[in-house]
Design a protein around this ligand. Sequence first.
Ligand SMILES: CC(C)(COP(=O)(O)OP(=O)(O)OC[C@H]1O[C@@H](n2cnc3c(N)ncnc32)[C@H](O)[C@@H]1O)[C@@H](O)C(=O)NCCC(=O)NCCS
Ligand SMILES: Nc1ncnc2c1ncn2[C@@H]1O[C@H](COP(=O)(O)OP(=O)(O)OP(=O)(O)O)[C@@H](O)[C@H]1O
Length: 198
Amino acid sequence: MLIGLTGGIASGKSTVSRMIKSLGLPVIDADVIAREVVEPGTECLKQIVSHFGSEVLDSDGVLKRKKLGEIIFSDQKKRDVLNQIVHPAVRKRMNEQKEHYLASGFQTIVYDIPLLYESNLFHLVEKVLLVYVDEDTQLFRLMERDNINKEAALSRILSQQALIDKKARADAIIDNGGSILETENQLHAILKNWDIPV
Ligand SMILES: CC(C)(COP(=O)(O)OP(=O)(O)OC[C@H]1O[C@@H](n2cnc3c(N)ncnc32)[C@H](O)[C@@H]1O)[C@@H](O)C(=O)NCCC(=O)NCCS
Ligand SMILES: Nc1ncnc2c1ncn2[C@@H]1O[C@H](COP(=O)(O)OP(=O)(O)OP(=O)(O)O)[C@@H](O)[C@H]1O
């Protein structure tokens, strides 16, 4: 079974993804891949520099992620430009990893894709597992984790579809507003319900 793990920024996808990995299931992480495809020397990084200028690079030629984030999270057009550069390379590598896991005999593969809904990637998966928190919790956790102010956190949250609207289209929902243990228990119950042996 191919499962899409999604949510909103700072809703707890990585937290749940770690739990899934510790159960022995393979996870394909779109955020990790999105970092790999913009490493120095890559075609994506060249295109980013040609669109956004060399001020997004540090003196070692490494992408200044915070700087690029400030540019794209407050401007939909610029965000679309970045997505068009990065997303095809991410999808290609996700597919390669899926083939690798299938060839290694795994029956269940989890895709951790923050923008599963926004990028219409439903066709990649058979089930969608949504990690949900309410708006206040999302804002608080994002500000704390990334050490950013309310304005910067809101611009990131508002660049994605509202979490509450994603609920209706999910096959299962983990409410991550409680303790880590409560989240773990919900995950185990969902996997059991889907007959996934762990
Ligand atoms: C703008 C960048 C450089 C900022 O980097 P930074 O290290 O601050 O954030 P990071 O990559 O860890 O992303 C954190 C979260 O932001 C959200 N996010 C990232 N990119 C986007 C985007 N284009 N649109 C909406 N939300 C996004 C996701 O929820 C993600 O989990 C980076 O997010 C990026 O390259 N984004 C474009 C690629 C992308 O869409 N990645 C998401 C998965 S494919
Ligand atoms: N149940 C919980 N209780 C308290 N804090 C939590 C809980 N779950 C996650 N967190 C914290 O909330 C923050 C966001 O979680 P996490 O990084 O897993 O989110 P994410 O959805 O992967 O975010 P992103 O989309 O930015 O990659 C982290 O600092 C994490 O430690």
